[in-house]
Design a protein around this ligand. Structure first.
Ligand SMILES: [Zn+2]
Length: 134
C-alpha cells in the first residue's frame, strides 16, 4: 500500500481494461506474487499474467481497481473453472469416470483444450492479458 492517495481506477464499462499503470500498481500491491496464494512470483516478461476480478462480475463484482488482482494465467484458469461451480465440476467428474471406464476398453478421446477467447494482450511492453471468466 502506498501512502499516496491516487483515485481508484474504475472501469467505465464492465469490459473496460485497466491501463498498464493500474496493472503495475496491482503488481506492486501484491509484491509480484500470484494472487491465488501459490506463492509464486509473477515474471511479467516471461509469465502469462491475467487480471482477475476477485468477485466475478456476474456475481455482482465491480470492474474497479479494488476488485482486481493479478494472477498467473494457468492459476486464473483453475480459479475460473472452480467458480463455474457445480455444473462444470460435475462435468469434470463425469469425464474422469468416463476416461477410467473407457481406458480399459478403448482408446478414449483426447481432451479438448478449453478456449478463452476474451484474452487480449494489453501492451507490447507488459505481458499482462485481461481475462474474465465466463
Ligand atoms: Zn498462483
Amino acid at each position: 500500500m502506498t501512502p499516496r492517495s491516487r483515485p481508484e481506477w474504475v472501469g467505465k464499462r464492465p469490459e473496460s481494461m485497466p491501463g498498464t499503470d493500474v496493472l503495475l500498481r496491482l503488481y506492486a500491491r501484491q509484491n509480484g506474487l500470484c494472487a491465488c496464494g501459490c506463492g509464486r512470483v509473477m515474471n511479467l516478461n516471461r509469465d502469462k499474467v491475467d487480471c482477475d476480478h476477485k468477485l466475478p462480475l456476474r456475481d455482482g463484482g465491480l470492474n474497479v481497481e479494488s476488485n482486481l488482482q493479478l494472477m498467473l494465467h494457468e492459476h486464473h484458469i483453475a480459479k475460473t473453472s472452480e467458480e463455474n461451480s457445480g455444473r462444470a465440476k460435475a462435468k469434470r467428474y463425469q469425464a474422469r469416470a468416463f476416461e477410467r471406464r473407457s481406458s480399459s476398453q478403448s482408446r478414449g478421446f483426447p481432451k479438448a483444450q478449453p478456449r478463452h477467447s476474451a484474452t487480449a494482450p494489453l501492451s507490447k511492453g507488459v505481458g499482462i492479458g485481461f481475462q474474465e471468466g465466463d
